[in-house]
Structures are given as structure tokens and as C-alpha cells.
Design a binder for this molecule. Structure first.
Ligand code: AQP
Length: 334
């Protein structure tokens, strides 16, 4: 049985970057791998590495569960569970233990930390944000995870998870499964619509830089129309020299997997950016409108969302406690 684990932070509202890079492949994996065990976590302990409003954090946790259900993750199907990270204390406990098997040199190399803290004085930076990758290692290793389907930005953290797990295994015995990261072929890093050198992020201050799954058609239209383009007015996929239009092509492909990049370029050959942007806005808005209808019906059912949280907790706590007990025993903790 293949075990699959991944997570998303309720640090904002999900973007089409989260959708194309991660959430969409989660649904496909559930459908394509009926014999796998899949766990999708709303990683709220990760979200508090950046200051959050408490009421909003709670609301966004339930929002995120409703989005996963709307996209097609179905905990009733048996092989997939949705869990909220803070409901299973073993995540924090294993993270503390793994801190003692991780070096400062390793954490200093993490590019996400460097990106998120660029320009800030080191004295004021939060330890939790620095330590984020160790908590992520604990999340993954608790469940004997084989595969971690993520966007490209998380691959470095998975490499670190593998190193920590191997180090621990070598010191004691093979207690941890060594996980592999899995990214989608195109769209593993959807870029900021206003600056294609940066990743699209749900916590960005510039609302024109991202499209949210909850954006209505007029917002989608506006954001795509205002998205920066390159200077050539040709729909050509060449990320190195034409990053802006290449990013829009990746988004197109993320919403219409039937068309290859070559087919998209051919369809818009000679038509310029205008027609392409208009069609892209329509494609994204139509897909999101369907998802939004499903989302609203799940989001309104608080009792059902509470049930999903309780069932996820029950399922995961058992697995996580088993692994934590093994680890504690190995290192002499009673
Ligand atoms: N732009 C992106 N393109 C493709 N995949 C992406 N992911 C995030 N942004 C993109 C993937 O989405 C999953 C969930 O991400 P996360 O919430 O755990 O954290 P993140 O990577 O830090 O995402 P954000 O949107 O940038 O959040 P904030 O702004 O709070 O930091 C992951 O698999 C991630 O790779």
C-alpha cells in the first residue's frame, strides 16, 4: 500500500497556484490510487509561523476543508482523510524530537525561509518560521509516507525530511520510511501575475498578483487582463526569456489538461495576447464558478465539517501515536 501525505496552510484563501500545483493532483491521486492511504492536512501549526488573527485562522481552517471537499476529496470513500494538524499533538512532539537531529546549517540553507524573511533584521525573526521544515518533516514521517505531492517550492523541505529520516534510521534502526516528493509536470510553480520572477502566494499583499479559488468572474477577468506580459505579443512558451506569457500558458494548461503546451501555442499562433487572455479568463472563471457552487454548499454545513475534523483526528491520532511511541522508545524517552 502506498501512503500519501500532503498539507496546506490556512494562512489565506487558496489560490490557483495551490490548486494547480498541489490540490488538483491530490484529487487525481485519490481517484487513481484506490489502494493507497491518503492524508491531507490543514497545517494550522505552520500557519502560526506568521502572525494570524485567531478568529480568521479558525474560519480559514474550515474554509480550507470545504475547498478540499468541493474539489473532490472524499473522506467517506475510505482511502482519504482530511485532518487538522493541531488536533494531533504527535506532530508537535515529533518536531521537537527531530529538532535534535537537524542542524542549523541545514535550516540556514532553506530558501523559503530566506525568501519570507528577506530584508528583515535577524534579531526579530521568529524561531517557528525558521523551524518550519522540521515540523513538516514530522508531519510526513509520522505516517510512513511514501509520496508527498507538492508544488515545487516544497521540494527542498522534502529533501531535508529525507536527510533527517536517514540520519535517524542510521543512528537507531529503520523506523522512518524515506519519502519522495512528487510535483506536477507543468504548473508546479505558478508565478505572481504582477511579477513572474516571484511565486504566486496566498499571503501576498497585492491582490492583483494572485487569483483566488473564490474570485468571481469579474475579478478573474480583471486580474488576467492586468497580468503583466512580455514584449513580443506572441503566445510562446519559453520560461527563460518570456516568463510572463509562459506562466499564463501554465495556468491555461492547469485548467485544461487536454491541451498540451504545443497545442496551446498552435491555437493562438498569430493571435496575440488579447485573444489568449480573454479565452484564459473565461476558462478559469467557468471552472471556478462550478467549484464555488460546490464549495458554498459544503461550507454552510458546519456539522458535517465538524464530523470531518473529528474523523480525521481519530484516524490520524492512532497512526501518529504509534510512530511517536516507537521513536520515543528508541531514544530512551518514557
Ligand atoms: N504558486 C504555486 N504554484 C504551485 N504550487 C504552489 N503551492 C503553493 N504555491 C504554489 C503548493 O500548494 C501547497 C500548499 O501550500 P502551503 O499553503 O502549504 O504553503 P506555501 O507553499 O507557502 O503556499 P503559499 O500560497 O505561498 O502560502 P503563503 O503565502 O502562506 O506562504 C504546497 O504543496 C505548495 O507547494
Amino acid at each position: 500500500m502506498t501512503r500519501i501525505f500532503s498539507g496546506i496552510q490556512p494562512s489565506g484563501k487558496p489560490t490557483i497556484g495551490n490548486y494547480i500545483g498541489a490540490m488538483k493532483q491530490w484529487v487525481e491521486l485519490q481517484e487513481d490510487s484506490p489502494d493507497s492511504q491518503l492524508i491531507f492536512s490543514i497545517v494550522n501549526l505552520h500557519a502560526i509561523t506568521v502572525r494570524q488573527d485567531p478568529d480568521q485562522l479558525q474560519e480559514r481552517t474550515f474554509d480550507m476543508i470545504a475547498w478540499l471537499l468541493a474539489l473532490g476529496i472524499d473522506p467517506d470513500q475510505g482511502n482519504a482523510k482530511i485532518m487538522v494538524q493541531s488536533t494531533v499533538p504527535a506532530h508537535s512532539e515529533l518536531a521537537w524530537i527531530l529538532d535534535n537531529y537537524t542542524t542549523i546549517g541545514e535550516l540556514n540553507r532553506m530558501t523559503q525561509f530566506k525568501d519570507k524573511t528577506a530584508g528583515q533584521k535577524p534579531e526579530g525573526l521568529l524561531v517557528g518560521l525558521y523551524n518550519y521544515p522540521v515540523l513538516m518533516a514530522a508531519d510526513i514521517l509520522l505516517y510512513n509516507t511514501d509520496i508527498v505531492p507538492v508544488g515545487d517550492d516544497q521540494i527542498q523541505h522534502i529533501e531535508l525530511t529525507r536527510d533527517i529520516a536517514s540520519r535517524f534510521n542510521n543512528l537507531y534502526k529503520e523506523v522512518f520510511v524515506i519519502p519522495k516528493g512528487q510535483i506536477v509536470q507543468t504548473g508546479s510553480r505558478i508565478m505572481n501575475l504582477q511579477d513572474p520572477s516571484k511565486k504566486m502566494s496566498k499571503s501576498s499583499d497585492n491582490h492583483l498578483s494572485y487569483i483566488l479559488l473564490e474570485d468571481p468572474p469579474e475579478q478573474v477577468n480583471k486580474k488576467i487582463k492586468k497580468a503583466v506580459t512580455d514584449q513580443y505579443n506572441q503566445v510562446v512558451y519559453h520560461p527563460a526569456t518570456q516568463p510572463a506569457i509562459s506562466n499564463l500558458i501554465n495556468i491555461y494548461r492547469g485548467f485544461n489538461g487536454d491541451l498540451s503546451i504545443e497545442a496551446i501555442q498552435k491555437r493562438y499562433s498569430g493571435l496575440g495576447y488579447g485573444q489568449f487572455k480573454q479565452d484564459l479568463a473565461e476558462l478559469v472563471a467557468d471552472t471556478l464558478a462550478d467549484l464555488q457552487t460546490r464549495y458554498r454548499s459544503f461550507r454552510e454545513d458546519q456539522a458535517m465539517l465538524g464530523r470531518v475534523v473529528a474523523e480525521g483526528k481519530e484516524h490520524c491520532q492512532q497512526l501518529a501515536d504509534q510512530k511517536l511511541d516507537q521513536v520515543k522508545q528508541l531514544i530512551g524517552l518514557i
